[in-house]
Design a binder for this molecule. Structure first.
Ligand SMILES: [Zn+2]
Length: 259
């Protein structure tokens, strides 16, 4: 069930109850609305908490396959130091990845973005500002962030991305509208690396335990830990028969607009 359907059903039920209550002049019936609204609010809040729930909008999160194929994605770059190091690791292992880049950072490092693309990796849109309050913005503002970043990417590498990953993976109905309006594909993940939490041993151990065929793993290319994590995770994956393939091949999608 989509987020919209759930929200609409909640709203509809509430309205019906209000009408019934007024028709009977029985205001006690309004009491029924309290738990109903509480449930409705809970649905909205839990739905906006993470892209993994696919509540407000449909995000691509994984491939449904039994084959041991996975894709790597890197958010929040390009970063002058870490992105370079990650490109080197990917080169060493001869594997492709997808980079969801922040418009503001591309403007500071356009050559780095060209290098990412030149190395054969996919470039996706991760908003212009990566604002902490991105999900509180208006649809108009979100549309602007998506469009301006697509434009920057197109001016830098000559390709317009179709893939957008919302900052912090937070989704809500306004963002769902912005995604529909801009025609981008909302890109989620199935396995979060937690490379942001600092404890490399536990991050690597957890990833080894959790990885499954068809996974899309979320990393960050602005964290020094990510380099070490990859160096310890990748040999394990290959020893266990995993193949790292490009995100567009895993999901059978086109990462850039045709025109
Ligand atoms: Zn991010």
């Amino acid at each position: 069930m989509t987020k919209y359907k759930v929200s609409n059903i909640g709203l509809l039920l509430s309205l019906i109850l209000v009408v019934m209550a007024y028709l009977k002049y029985d205001y006690k019936a309004l009491v029924l609305l309290v738990p109903l609204f509480a449930f409705y609010i809970l649905l909205l809040v839990s739905g906006s908490s993470s892209i993994r729930f696919n509540f407000y909008l449909k995000s691509l999160k994984r491939a449904h396959t039994n084959k041991k194929i996975i894709s790597l994605t890197f958010d929040d770059g390009p970063d002058a130091v870490v992105t370079q190091q990650i490109l080197q690791i990917l080169k060493n292992y001869n594997i492709p990845a997808a980079f969801f880049c922040v418009g503001e950072k591309i403007e500071k490092n356009p050559d780095l973005l060209r290098e990412v693309y030149g190395d054969g990796h996919i470039v996706g849109n991760h908003s212009y500002s990566h604002s902490k309050i991105f999900d509180l913005r208006s649809t108009k503002n979100m549309v602007k962030e998506i469009e301006i970043t697509n434009k920057i990417i197109e001016q830098t590498i000559g390709k317009k991305p179709t893939l957008f990953r919302p900052p912090f993976g937070v989704t809500n109905p306004l963002l769902a509208k912005a995604i529909k309006r801009t025609g981008v594909i909302s890109m989620g993940w199935s396995l979060r690396s937690w490379d942001t939490n600092g404890k490399i041993d536990s991050v690597v151990e957890r990833l080894r335990r959790k990885v499954h065929p068809g996974d899309i793993i979320l990393f960050h290319d602005n964290r020094t830990n990510t380099v070490e994590i990859l160096n310890r995770l990748l040999p394990y994956l290959f020893d266990n028969g995993y193949q790292v393939i490009a995100l567009d091949k895993l999901l059978k999608i086109n990462p850039y607009a045709e025109d």
